[in-house]
Design a protein around this ligand. Structure first.
Ligand code: CMC
Length: 431
């Protein structure tokens, strides 16, 4: 099949600029508009980047209409069923599934890097007890840049690898420390004989005074959730990491900027917002009233956990997580009225014309909060959980960008200026 060609035409003058086509392995072609300004004195305008590719990437593929999500070509449902978070992390970072030897060595390295510098641990003392864990996570991860400047030659593949392993290994320790800080319990050091998720659960829920038994159902559920959240191509937080990283800044600082972007309720903060919404509704009887408000633009209310910028059919992660949700509640013998409430909301929304016309379906965060709650994880830790998993994606995208042979081009969007035209300074006495 021949590749179609594209041009931009000035309908008044007939001036025409051919747009080179950028071809990937899957998905739509890209029209390269990079020279349009030079040749036509014209900017392309796309607020929210709904049709604009900021980069080429070989990590993750999404087909929003068909509900497809692939990590390095592998469907996420297959990975959720057969793989582990650590194996998926290796896959996302390296592009291929590991051999047994490669996996063992990768996992050993992640386990070895779980501790954080004692001085960094003391940074937590500076926070108030009621600081949001995402605020602490943003600050502490940014502070890692003050500790590891020995290995931040971004051009050196070994330095990039050390950064990747440190970041993935330390983020659970930092998140768990933020959790402990929030209610004054002693910080629990990592135990490196435990797998990634069991270690996280122990750091969050164990206390030095007692033995702690890890629930394998909880560890497995967390592992699946982390696989589903590990990457999602050029989402807001990953794009933030790439944009910050494109300046050549310290990589830990770039990840910190991604954490800040993730925090918003339109992105990773949605899982927390879903639970708050369920709490606010409180009772199945109040669902119709809430749905009416969610459809009313003037109310400022949205059905949290519904809708997605890319998925306009269904979110494949939501299908897996919905199943997991029922499984976990059953295995942990939890009868949660909020799940019933969530099912009712889902049932109504899926048959309601407002949601059907706008192609609004439950997204991954509609169910993840209910699982987290069942695992005993408090609401303000939901987004940090997302951040732990997404760290893999951030690190992989940063590494992919930084390893580009020609070097990174700084991200620098343009604007359509709507301010005052040029005018002369007026002395204060004349204003
Ligand atoms: N409840 C009610 N109406 C909605 C919702 C919702 N959750 N989402 C979108 N709409 C309406 C919106 O008002 C608009 O209506 P109209 O065309 O009449 O003006 C239409 O649907 C399109 O919405 P949009 O805001 O232009 O769509 P978007 O692609 O810019 O936004 C979104 C996507 C995820 C930000 C949005 O759907 C939303 O705010 N959802 C709730 C928050 C949420 O669950 N976020 C998690 C996303 S998944 C995890 C992640 O990627 O971090």
């Amino acid at each position: 099949m021949t590749t179609p060609s594209y041009s931009l035409i000035n309908n008044e003058t007939g001036e025409k600029v051919d747009l080179p086509v950028v071809k990937g392995t899957l998905g739509p072609l890209g029209a390269d508009v990079g020279k349009v300004y030079d040749k036509m004195d014209l900017f392309t305008y796309d607020p929210g980047f709904t049709s604009t590719c900021s980069t080429k990437s070989a990590i993750t593929y999404i087909d929003g209409d068909k509900g497809i999500l692939l990590y390095r070509g592998y469907p996420v449902d297959q990975l959720a069923k057969h793989s582990t978070f650590i194996e998926v992390a290796y896959l996302i970072l390296h592009g291929e599934l590991p051999s047994k030897v490669q996996l063992d060595s990768f996992e050993a390295s992640i386990r070895r890097h779980t501790m954080i510098n004692e001085s960094l641990r003391r940074f937590f003392d500076g926070f108030n007890y009621d600081a949001h864990p995402m605020a602490m996570l943003t600050g502490i991860v940014g502070s890692l840049s003050a500790f590891y400047h020995d290995t931040t030659n971004n051009k050196d593949p070994k330095h990039r690898e050390i950064f990747a392993h440190r970041m993935i290994a330390k983020i659970p320790t930092i998140a768990a420390a933020a959790y402990k800080k929030s209610f004054g319990q002693p910080f629990m050091y990592p135990k490196n004989n435990l797998d990634y998720c069991s270690n996280l659960l122990r750091m969050m829920f164990a206390v030095p005074a007692e033995e702690y038994e890890i629930n394998p159902v909880a560890a497995k559920a967390l592992d699946v959730l982390f696989i589903l959240h590990a990457d999602h191509e050029q989402n807001a937080s990953t794009s933030t990491v790439r944009l910050a990283g494109s300046t050549g800044c310290n990589p830990y600082a770039a990840i910190s900027s991604g954490i800040a972007a993730l925090w918003g309720p339109a992105h990773g903060g949605a899982n927390e917002a879903v639970l708050k919404m369920l709490e606010e509704i409180g009772d199945v009887k109040k669902v119709p009233d809430f749905m009416a408000r969610a459809k009313d633009k003037n109310s400022g209310v949205r059905l949290m956990g519904f809708g997605h910028r890319v998925y306009k059919n269904f979110d494949p992660r939501a299908t897996i997580i919905r199943e997991q949700c029922h499984k976990v509640l059953k295995e942990l013998k939890i009868d949660d009225p909020q799940l019933e409430l969530a099912m009712k909301l889902e049932e109504i929304a899926l048959s309601d014309d407002y949601f059907k016309e706008r192609k609004l379906y439950p997204n991954v965060d509609f169910y993840s909060g209910i699982i987290y709650k069942a695992l005993g994880i408090p609401v303000n830790m939901f987004t940090p959980m997302f951040a732990i998993a997404r760290t893999v994606g951030w690190v992989a995208h940063w590494s992919e960008m930084t390893a580009e042979p020609g070097g990174v081009k700084i991200g620098r969007p343009r604007q359509v200026y709507t301010g005052s035209p040029v005018r002369d300074y007026a002395p204060i006495a004349t204003r």
